[in-house]
Design a protein around this ligand. Sequence first.
Ligand code: HDD
Length: 703
Amino acid sequence: MDDKARRDGIRYGEETVARGAGGETHQIARDGRTSLTTQQGIPVSDDQNTLRAGERGPDLLEDFHFREKVFHFDHERIPERVVHARGFGAHGFFEAYEPLSDLTRADLFQRAGQRTEAFVRFSTVAGSKGSFDLARDVRGFAVKLYTREGNWDLVGNNIPVFFIQDAIKFPDVIHAAKPEPDRGFPQAQTAHDNFWDFASLMPESTHMLMWIMSDRAIPRSFRFMEGFGVHTFRFVNAQGRSTFVKFHWKPKQGMQSVVWNEAVKINGADPDFHRRDLWDAITQGAYPEWELGLQLFDDDFADRFAFDVLDPTKIIPEEELPVRRVGRLVLDRVVDNFFAETEQVAFCTQNVVPGIDFTNDPLLQGRNFSYLDTQLKRLGSPNFTRLPVNAPRCPVAHFQQDGHMATMNPSSRANYEPNSWSPEEGGPREDPVRGFTTYPSTDSGPKRRLRPESFADHYSQARQFYLSQAPVERRHIVDAFTFELSKCERPDIRARMVAGLRNVDDDLARTVADGLGLPALPDPLPPAREPVRDLAPSPALSIIANGPESFAGRKIGILVTDGADAGVLAELRAAAAEEKTNVEIVAPAVGGVDTSDGNHVSADQKLEGAPSVLYDAVAILTTKEGATQLANLPAARDFVTDAYAHCKFVGYVEEATALLAATGLNGHLDDGFVRIDDGQRPAADFLTRCRRLRIWDRQAAPS
Ligand code: HDD
C-alpha cells in the first residue's frame, strides 16, 4: 500500500494467484511479492486498518485477521531460561583428529577426519535475556553434537569448577546471585549482599570465587575463552572398558580478557559486544575454532590424586595430567533465526551417546534431573525434541506419541512393544549391540545425606589458582573482591568473606581488607579440613601466560580526520590485512573524511559511538589542525586516555601530538605508543607489537 492509499484508507485488493510448477498455489500480489496471509493461508487485503462499522468505529469481533495477529503476538514470549538466559548460538562442526576406539565406542570419535554437526550456545549465567554481555560472570559453553548415534550435549562453562558440590544447593546459589527478591536488582551482577552472604557461608565456593573474580569472568570475546565439561565423565569402549575423562575446549585464537573498567564502559557503548563479535567473525569468514582436549585417567590415578575426582569444585592441573587434543570444533554458520535456534535450543546433560557415561559426581547427577524439566517448562511440550535445532540428525524410532504440538507419531499398527506384528507394522525393537549400556560400576552403601570427607579441602586449589596468576592478574582479583564486597551493605558479610580469603592467601585477604577499610583483619574461618596448602603453581591457569601468537581476529580502531596521510592509512590497512586483524575507521562524522590524496574515506563509526573500549588497539591518523580539533572533543580525549588506562597499544603519527598533549599523556609515552609514520615498516611493526595485546606495566603489581 502506498502512502497516499494509506492516508486515504483505501483497501488493497486485486491480488493475482499464480500456480507453481508443481501445481501448488502461490499467493502473488500485484508487485510480484508474496501475498501476506493469515496463519490459515488466507490472503490478507488490508493490514493497516481493523474491520469497523462506519468510518470511526466501533471495531467488529468478526475481524479474524486482527484477532489472530494480536493473539499470536500476545503469545510470542516463552519463559526465559532460569539461568543462562542471555546467550548467543552458532552452528558448526566437530572434526576428529584420530580414532579413539581404544577409549570409547562413541561414533564421533571412531574415524580421523570424521565430521559431526554441532550447535554451540554461549551465555552469561545471572543476567536476564536483555542484560549486557560484559557482566562479571561465568560464561556458558554448551555444545550439542548431532552424532550418528544420537545427540550428545556437553553443557559446560568457561570455568572448570563450580560454586557448589551438591545439586541440592543450586537453587540457593542462583537465588543468591540473581537480583534480590524484594527489590528486583541488581541486574546481572554478584556485587550485592545476598551473593556474598551465601558465598561466605559456603566455603566450598571459594575456588570458584577466585575464578569469577579473575579476568576469566570478563572475556574479550566468546572466541577467546576456554570451555570445560567440568565434571569427570566416563569413556567406555566396545569391550566395556571405562576410562575417566575431563573435557576441555582450547581456543585456537588464544585467550584474552578485558579489564574491569573497560568492561563497565563496553556495557554502555555496546551491550551486545560479545554477540556482535561472534556474528561479525563468522559472517566475515573468520571461523572461530576450539580444540577438544581430554584429560584421561584410570582408577589408580583417581586414587592417587590429592582430591576427589568426583568433586566439581576441583580441577586436575594440566601439568599433572596433560590435555590430549583429539579434534576441533569450528563455528562457521550464524543462525537464520535467533528465536528458532538460539532460544529454542534445549541442552540436557543427560543427552549422552553410547561410549560416554556419567560418574557419581553429585552435581552432575542432579543436573541430569534438572535440564529435562526446565525444557518442558520453557518450550511447553515434551515434543521439543522435534524442533529442528533439537532434532537428532540420525533416524529416530520409538513408541512415544501425542502431546502438545506432536508432529511425528507412529503411523503403523503398533504403538507398544513387545508386539507380534510384522517388522513393517510392529515398529522398532531394542538393539543390545548398538544400544546405550550404562557402565556397570558397583555402587552400594547406606542411604544417608552427607558430604564425603574427600570433598572437604576448600582452599588448597583456590590458593593454587591465585598463585598461578601473573602479578597483574592477581591484582585484578584483589580489585574485584574489593569492588564487589564494597557493594555489600553489611560489614559482617564483608568481614566474613575476608576471613575466608585468609585461608587462601594472607596477602590477598590483607589487601582486600585494606581496600575495604576493615577496622581489623578478621581471624581465618575455621576450615572444614586442614588444607594441603602450597600445591605447585599451574601456568595453564593464567590467561596472560597463554595469550595468542598473533593479533589475528582482533580489531583496531583508526581515528582519522580530514587530511590524514593516505599513505600511512594504506600501510596500516595492508599490515592489518596481513595479520588478519580487522580495522574500523572512526571519524568525527560518520560520513567520513578526505585524506591527504584527496580521496574520500567513509567512516565505519562516529567517534562518540566508538570509544576505544571497543577495540584491541587504536591508531590516530590526523593533521596538526585535526589534532587541535580532536583535542577539544571529550570523546577524542577519552579515546586516548581510555586506551592508555586499559593498557592498549596506541599507534600515532607525529601530527597527533597536540591530542596526546591535551590528554596529559605526553610524558608517559611508553612502549605501547608506537609511531606509525616513522621507521622501516612502521605499520607492520605496530601490528607485530600489538600481539602482546596489552602493556601491563602500566598497572602496578600488588604491593
Ligand atoms: Fe546448568 C542451563 C552449565 C550446574 C540447571 N547450565 C545451563 C546452561 C549451561 C549450564 C551452559 C545453558 C544451556 C543453554 O545454553 O541453553 N550448569 C552448567 C554447568 C554446571 C551447571 C557447567 C556445573 C558444572 N545447572 C547446574 C546445576 C543445575 C543446573 C547443578 C540444577 C540442579 N542449568 C540448569 C537448568 C538450565 C541450565 C535450570 C537453565 C536453562 C536450561 O537448563 O536449559 O536446567
